[in-house]
Design a protein around this ligand. Structure first.
Ligand SMILES: *Cc1c(COP(=O)(O)O)cnc(C)c1O
Length: 392
């Protein structure tokens, strides 16, 4: 299913220049749905997915916190009105100075996956609450995140035991099953792993009070490699997470509190880019075959960072009907990664597209603003506007 909210479509239709729009009411309603599907789960929005003040403020007003990855992110969230007790430092990579600064800001929850980082937390954020991140396989996700983050179960036990010895509070375990995770199984495996580590910790007299189930919940509006809706099994994922929580509480105590750090899921479908056609060109490949290329004004470096990995629904509002041709879709810069993924089927585009015609890129609200360059090749960052502003 593609996501075309009325406020977003109205904003896109009214735009005469390139811009990204966020539908605040849409983001709020996605948050409400998530809270209803997973009762009792505290949401810490992974703000890197959309570091926009208005979004942070509105989510904070609804009761959400944030997952921050640097002192600068944490400061932005605090300025936008997120209460400090609903923030945590979720990045396992941090310098001494980063830790000290977060501690000065009042942040008390830190995620770690190494003894070195743990010792630095003990030194620069004395008394902090520590979460240890477990590695996952990342299977089933578009971005696995398995290589850089997390430790095996035995190391998690060792790290949380060491935390206790250093005067820190061992508070929780965290996982991230990989971004745009398409399988419910990934959460099932994560819960099994969490249960094993909780058991091993309990044997050593360490009882945690939190489990952080991470991000990874999918956006619903992307297309697959053939241009069909991706349709992630969201209901099944929610059911598996609910069952996992029930199981963990039954075995390890009803006191266990759950946190999730969705990023993409909350914002992707409620953001859309108004771009324009730079050129539709018919080119000959080295093997002599003809191929259409649709060059957009926006691409990997100015708003569509993930365009080389996934396919967004495109709309051509000035061309209804008429002849269509299959085209490779690409951004405007001199970088060959600035294009839809190789191996994806071509996108049907109107044959009569002219330079300057508007193109709407739907479900493009995640990882747009933060990943944009300062103007690679002179293509300026996209300005943004929030719509759906009126709060009931
Ligand atoms: C990026 C990130 C998230 C959010 O991931 P999504 O796939 O966008 O939900 C959550 N937690 C951590 C630690 C992250 O780095």
């Amino acid at each position: 299913m593609t996501y075309e909210s009325a406020p977003l479509l109205a904003a896109l239709a009214g735009a005469t220049e390139d811009r990204i729009f966020y539908d605040l009411a849409g983001i709020e309603s996605r948050y409400d749905t998530l809270r209803a599907e997973l009762p009792g789960v505290a949401v810490r929005f992974a703000m890197k997915a959309c570091p926009v003040d208005e979004v942070l403020t509105r989510l904070a007003q609804k009761g959400a916190g944030i997952d921050g990855a640097s002192p600068r992110e944490l400061r932005q969230a605090l300025r936008a009105g997120v209460p400090v007790e609903r923030t945590h430092y979720g990045n396992t990579v941090k310098s001494d100075r980063d830790i000290a600064e977060a501690h000065r800001l009042g942040v008390r929850d830190f995620v770690t996956d190494s003894v070195e980082d743990l010792a630095a937390i003990a030194a620069h954020a004395p008394g902090a609450r520590v979460f240890c991140r477990l590695a996952t396989s990342g299977e089933g996700a578009l971005w696995g995140l398995s290589h850089k983050f997390g430790c095996p179960p035995a190391d998690a036990v060792r790290i949380l035991e060491a935390a206790r010895g250093m005067g820190l509070t061992p508070s929780g375990l965290s996982v991230h099953v990989g971004s745009q995770q398409m399988t419910a199984d990934a959460w099932h495996h994560a819960v099994e792993c969490l249960a094993d580590v909780l058991t091993a910790l309990a044997r050593r007299g360490i009882v945690l009070d939190h489990v952080n189930l991470g991000g990874g919940l999918p956006a619903m509006g992307y297309l697959d490699r053939y241009g069909r809706p991706l349709d992630p099994p969201l209901d099944k994922i929610f059911a598996v997470v609910r069952e996992g929580m029930r199981h963990l509480r039954k075995v390890h105590g009803e006191h266990l509190a759950f946190v999730m750090e969705p990023g993409r899921h909350l914002v992707a479908d409620h953001g859309a880019v108004r771009a324009h056609v730079a050129r539709l060109a018919e080119r000959r490949r080295p093997d002599g075959e003809h191929q259409y290329w649709l060059y957009l004004s926006c691409g990997k470096f100015n708003g569509l960072y993930e365009m080389d990995a996934l396919q967004y629904p495109l709309r051509f509002p000035t061309h209804h009907g008429g002849a269509h041709v299959p085209a490779v879709v690409a951004g405007p810069t001199c970088d060959s990664d600035d294009a839809y993924p190789q191996g994806h089927a071509l996108v049907q585009v109107p044959r009569e597209l002219a330079s300057g015609d508007p193109v709407w890129v739907l479900s493009s609200g995640a990882y747009a603003i933060g990943y944009t360059t300062q103007g690679f090749n002179g293509f300026a960052p996209l300005p943004y506007t929030c719509v759906g502003g009126a709060r009931a």
